[in-house]
Structures are given as C-alpha cells and as structure tokens.
Design a protein around this ligand. Structure first.
Ligand SMILES: [Zn+2]
Length: 258
C-alpha cells in the first residue's frame, strides 16, 4: 500500500493513481498514471508482466479501478483487464468520488469473484488528500459543478468563498431518494430557502428576497436553494442538476451579501 502511494506521488497530473502488483509479499511490478502516455496505473503495472505472472497476483491501487463507461471506449477498462488477467485480489485506496464510477469498479470485481479489500483508514485519508486537484472531496471553492456520491448518511461539503478567501458555509446532501426523484439539502440553523420559481442563478438578483427558511430543502431536478446561515457574510446558491441511483450532480455559486 505504501509503495502504491509512492507511485501515485510520481504523477504529474490529477487524478494521481499508483499501482503495485505483488504475489506472496514479493513486488512484481509498479506503475503510475501517465508513466506511459495517459495509460492508467493498473494497466501500466500489469503490462510489465507476463500472463503467468499476472495470474493469481494481488493488485494494490490507490484509486478504485475504472469500468467501461462508453462501449466505444476503445481500450478495455482496468476492472476488465484485472478480471481477464486472472488477478486474485485487489486492494483499493479510495473509491472514485466521480459519481459515474463510484463503487462500480469495486462491485464489478466482487461480481467476478475477486477478493477486494481497502487500505487502512489512515492511508486512505492520505490517498484521498493527494489524489485530486482540490484534495479533499468535501471542500469546494467559489462557483462550480460537481458530481458526488450520496450514500447512507449523506455527504458533508464545505463551500469556501474562494481559494484565497477562507470564509465558508457547510452544506450536506442527505436522504437521496432516486425513486421519488428527490434529495435533501441540509443546513444547520434553518438556513436553507427554496428559491421558488427560479430556473437559473441569474434569476436571483437578491438571495434575501426568498422567505421561509428551514433546516432542509427537498430538492428535485432543477430546484434551486439558497443557503444563508445567520451571521454569514455571503450566501451559497445551490442547484440540483441531476440525480442518479447513488449520486447527484449539483452546481453552486457564492454571492456576497449586499
Ligand atoms: Zn483505469
């Protein structure tokens, strides 16, 4: 696991991913994403080995192996390569926070009778901080759009005004109910207001005109809410762009209070 982390630190681009193939405690090969032009880390490491060496090996990878997202992808996904190589065991650093992949690589490996385990908690948090450009998936800045997994107890996100302005407002997504097409946006202290009637952030000239704040807003696709905790000097506009089985795509914008 530590060697895979050393490998991912060699990446010059995000996301950083490192992989190690071993058998009976002996390292057979290593690889990192981009070591060979845009090739994923698991493939780099596996392709250094013969078929016989790959078979029955253990792959340590800092990020969940990818799955085939589009059937025209051209190159087989790392999950498929691991399966066709006869790998026995995969040890994963972190699940991919990209909602289109999140836990699908993990699930695919399990379905193909590969034993899957995870890095220790301490190593996982090191990997999570170093894998993505903005480090922590629980902190976002300024304006943007993000697809995040909303599972079990939900996901807490801190919206920071900008990279240089550390003022921040916490929000949480919880209780995703794909069958009902809704998800709850939660803020403590009754700070969420639905911006009823709006379709775009541009429709909101003054966030404070909207009334009846609550501690949560039940959001449907296209809903916009405003999070404005008492005492905060700015507000966060949040739009739910789409929702899927395990994750949502949302967009946010920060506005200084006038
Ligand atoms: Zn891959």
């Amino acid at each position: 696991m530590k060697l895979a982390i050393e490998e991912h630190l060699k990446c010059s681009e995000y996301p950083r991913v490192g992989a190690v193939v071993a058998r009976d405690g002996v390292v057979l090969s290593t690889g990192y994403r981009g070591e060979r032009n845009k090739i994923h880390a698991e493939r780099v490491a596996l392709e250094k080995l013969t078929r016989e060496q790959r078979c029955g090996s253990t792959v340590y990878t800092t990020l969940e192996p990818c799955v085939d997202l589009h059937h025209d992808q051209g190159i087989e996904s790392c999950a498929d390569l691991i399966i066709s190589s006869g790998v026995s065991e995969v040890v994963i650093g972190v699940l991919d926070p990209n909602g289109t992949i999140y836990s699908q690589g993990f699930r695919k490996l399990l379905e193909n009778n590969i034993s899957v385990s995870f890095f220790s908690r301490k190593l996982r948090s090191a990997v999570e901080e170093e894998t993505f450009e903005f480090g922590d998936v629980h902190r976002v800045f300024g304006n943007g759009k993000r697809r995040v997994p909303v599972v079990h107890s939900g996901i807490d996100i801190t919206v920071q005004f900008s990279e240089s302005d550390s003022r921040s407002i916490p929000i949480s997504w919880s209780t995703l109910q794909p069958t009902f097409g809704c998800v709850d946006l939660i803020s403590s202290n009754g700070a969420v207001t639905v911006a009823a009637g709006t379709k775009n952030f541009g429709d909101i000239t003054d966030p404070s005109v909207f009334r009846f704040p609550s501690h949560f807003a039940r959001m449907k696709k296209g809903s916009i809410a405003i999070v404005q905790p008492a005492g905060a000097t700015f507000s966060v506009l949040v739009k739910l762009n789409d929702l899927f089985e395990n994750d949502i795509l949302f967009q946010w914008e920060v506005r200084n209070n006038s």
